[in-house]
Design a protein around this ligand. Sequence first.
Ligand SMILES: [Zn+2]
Length: 374
Amino acid sequence: MPTRTTPGFTGPGQSTARSLASGAAQRGRLGRSLLVHGPREAGAGAFVDDLLALLLCEDPDLRLRPCNGCRGCRDARARVHPDLVVGSPAIWRESRTGGESIVAAARRWLMEASGAPVVADRRIVLIEDADAASEQAQNALLKALEEPNPRQMFVLTATDPGRLLPTIRSRCQALRLGPVPREELVGWLMDSEHLPADQAQMVAVISRGMAGAAQAYARNPESLAWRRRVQGELLALLGGGRAARFAAARELVADAAARADAGNEPLPARGDDETAGRAAPATAQQRAGALLVLDAWIDLARDLVVVAAGRSPLASAGEVLDGLEAAGRRLSAATAARSVRALERVREGVAGNAAPRLAMSVAMLAWPTIEDAW
Ligand SMILES: [Zn+2]
């Protein structure tokens, strides 16, 4: 495959983070600890793969790293490199033995990770979701970061760096991920995920340029059908009364919670941490389900704003959603825009601590009724 032998990063976008990392690597000025952070939907996966290849590439010419042809690059991307150690709060939790606490498991793991490299000149310690670690586990990590060990380098990933200890943040060189330009994401979806052009376009629009969300949609085409069905139901509810809306809110959340639980949905961004992991699973699932529904809902509301303003061709779901045009023309742009803001507030609440089902009822009340909207 040509992408494997052409040197350079192969993931989509992230030009700032990319040039920061490769520029510093070329000049031999890369910090000992890197922090890759960005919203969950931005998908750190492809960027981290590139970064690991950059760090473990064996090409003698620093400017050609990652060369994508050497064993170091291949093993780094496949995450089987002997000098790559991968951990996360979830892995520490899984690896507990006997009555060991997560913090003790984290300490033990960090100790083992500090061993000497086998083939490379340093060991790469990748810690995913570092911000999901408890304060105690983060303190253990901080100790490891502070140890002067030139044969070890850390790569941390986080969706919310604000949940990391400031002392950890200040020790790390930050690489921030964000949305990818539309055309680049479309090209990447066609090359890497083998989507036909029209589908790649649609997925890029729906995922708002977020590569992680786009990849998840590409790999679960069924989730696109689910999303259209949810949006169709919500459109129909513009003409529905209170009772119908509340019943629909309950059903939509239950259905989405089951999907989120089965793991076949692009994960919405939410406040996952150790305490969330201990919460009643029913609530955690409902929260994940409500976020999935709200994401589809907010996109639908945005499309309605666009249609209501008389610019239908720009609406992202316009070509696939029956009734969008008709509904949008019967709403004022101001009403539609108000509903977007209301839904965004509800989403913020659900991503925080609001009770998912109650929040969905609030969202239903904020959803305009076609009759009133004239
Ligand atoms: Zn290489």
